[in-house]
Design a protein around this ligand. Structure first.
Ligand SMILES: [Zn+2]
Length: 83
């Protein structure tokens, strides 16, 4: 089951890798490594850089206005659809 929050994501083995920018919409994204070892872009917390104990863990595929560009990205697309 796809995690709903950052805490759930960490519990399932998702790990933050690095910050980046979406090549489609150019918004900031955070790259996470999934439990299966694949990279997946996630929307950063809305109130960043204010410290947040927990925040909704949302695959960028689900919010990106250029999501069609990600059709070939295997990890997140499949995970997001399981939510
Ligand atoms: Zn995007």
């Amino acid at each position: 089951m796809f995690p709903e929050t950052k805490t759930q994501a960490n519990a399932q083995g998702y790990r933050f890798e690095r910050e980046g920018w979406c090549r489609g919409c150019e918004k900031r994204i955070w790259w996470y490594r999934t439990p299966k070892g694949k990279m997946m872009p996630v929307d950063p917390p809305a109130n960043w850089p204010e410290p947040a104990k927990d925040w909704p863990f949302v695959a960028h595929f689900t919010t990106c206005e250029k999501a069609n560009d990600f059709k070939k990205a295997p990890a997140g697309a499949a995970a997001a659809q399981q939510n």
